[in-house]
Ligand binder design. Structure first.
Ligand SMILES: NC(=O)c1ccc[n+]([C@@H]2O[C@H](COP(=O)([O-])OP(=O)(O)OC[C@H]3O[C@@H](n4cnc5c(N)ncnc54)[C@H](O)[C@@H]3O)[C@@H](O)[C@H]2O)c1
Ligand SMILES: O=C(O)C(=O)C[C@@H](O)[C@H](O)[C@H](O)COP(=O)(O)O
Ligand SMILES: [Zn+2]
Length: 377
């Protein structure tokens, strides 16, 4: 694996106030704007694809907070600005929402130049991206992530999807946005539980790609939870750098990109097992990372101190480290067998073999069973 990109550091972002991270995906490269007051800053909206119509997709929680601000800016660039306001929640990440978006587009006779704007967290981003990928076989879209999780992960990289009752993100497409506009000011209205969920995906980047970032997170976890602006800005910037670096090399997850799934094989089983929405995605991933860390230790890839370190950090981030025992071990295993990384019914886990380096491995069912039992309550 190549070395991860070096970082300009927290001071660099604070001084510039605005950072652009290019992703090298041939002619589909795009910029991630990270900074303050970006929703009201005219430069955020310049240079986007030209069209008659723009459609903002949001939800019932985010729309009252930010929709009018975005719509006002878009009216400077598009003759018609429409919106679709969907119900809020992971349980609504399904076909009904896609149908609602498509109906709005068709009722407005939106042509194939129409630009969709995803205003919200990862649920809105994933669904809007998927709708953009399939409406008239593809229209442009822009990500405006308003959760920490969406700013550090889901808005970048072009994985779009909806859930199926039997499996998380099972219906989707790789489809890149035209731009990501991550306004750090929107994090001010985010509930604490959602901030913690976002921290799970931030923590992920340490063990898989950057041991120094893991140490930085340990030193700055209290500041992050207290929403220290420069700590949050650096966490978003560094996470996006690492994600862009991974996606730029392996857009469609033929290899390297799977490292971004650390903790997700266990985590997705928790989400699907509970029926979506009871546990947040970030909570399930946090617990899943503890389980995957334990598996890394049991397979002799990492020393026991690594599990202790990850468990402590996940706890300090305000995330649960025990899965609900109600799922049951057999069902947990069966849910993991439909994971997208599974091959011929064999579960493949993203594990850590060295701090800052991940590896894909299968493991004996007995060992995985022990891990599930150990980390369920
Ligand atoms: N495509 C990817 O690469 C990728 C990566 C990670 C996660 N995901 C997906 O993202 C989803 C999780 O995203 P999420 O954690 O953002 O959840 P979410 O989209 O459900 O948002 C979390 C909650 O915060 C609210 N909210 C959003 N912005 C707010 C703000 N600024 N102020 C107040 N409330 C706000 C939302 O309405 C929601 O209630 C999952 O479906 C997951 O599968 C996708
Ligand atoms: O971008 C990726 O690649 C990821 O795996 C990021 C994950 O955080 C995200 O939850 C993703 O949606 C999971 O992908 P999936 O292919 O396992 O559904
Ligand atoms: Zn995730």
């Amino acid at each position: 694996m190549n070395a991860t990109p070096s970082s300009p550091g927290a001071a660099g972002l604070a001084a510039a106030g605005h950072l652009r991270v290019p992703i090298a995906l041939d002619d589909r490269s795009y910029d991630i704007h990270i900074g303050r007051s970006l929703l009201t800053n005219a430069s955020s909206w310049e240079g986007l694809p030209k069209a008659r119509c723009a459609v903002i997709v949001s939800n019932e929680t985010v729309a009252p907070l930010y929709l009018e601000t975005v719509a006002a800016r878009l009216r400077d660039h598009y003759a018609q600005v429409l919106s679709v306001v969907l119900p809020d929640g992971e349980q609504y990440k399904g076909w009904d929402a896609i149908e609602r978006i498509a109906s709005t587009l068709l009722e407005a006779a939106a042509d194939r130049k129409t630009v969709l704007f995803a205003l919200g967290g990862g649920v809105i981003g994933d669904m809007t991206g998927f709708a953009a990928a399939i409406y008239m076989r593809g229209v442009p879209f822009v990500q405006i992530p308003t959760t920490l999780l969406a700013q550090v992960d889901s808005s970048v990289g072009g994985k779009t999807a909806i859930n199926h009752a039997l499996g998380k993100n099972m219906l989707g497409a790789f489809y890149q946005p035209q731009r990501v506009i991550a306004d750090l000011d929107t994090l001010r209205t985010l509930p604490d539980r959602e901030l913690s969920a976002g921290l799970a995906e931030v923590i992920k980047y340490g063990p898989i790609a950057d041991a120094n970032f893991l140490a930085w997170l340990e030193a700055n976890m209290d500041a992050l939870r207290a929403r220290d602006p420069s700590a949050l800005a650096y966490a978003v910037q560094r996470s996006c750098e690492i994600k862009a670096w991974v996606v730029g090399q392996d857009e469609r997850e033929s290899g390297l990109r799977a490292i971004l799934n650390f903790g997700h094989t266990f985590g997705h089983a928790i989400e699907t097992g509970l029926g979506y929405g009871e546990w947040l995605h970030g909570e399930a991933v946090g617990c899943g990372m503890v389980m995957a860390s334990d598996l890394s230790v049991r397979l002799g890839l990492m020393p026991p101190e690594f599990l202790a370190r990850m468990t402590a950090l996940i706890g300090r981030a305000g995330l649960p480290a025990k899965a609900p025992a109600s799922i049951g071990v057999e069902r947990f295993l069966n849910l993991m067998r439909v994971d997208k990384k599974a091959e011929d019914g064999e579960i493949r886990f993203v594990l850590i073999e060295r701090l800052g380096q991940a590896v894909m491995r299968s493991a004996p069912d007995a060992l995985v069973t022990d891990v599930i039992r150990q980390h369920s309550a």
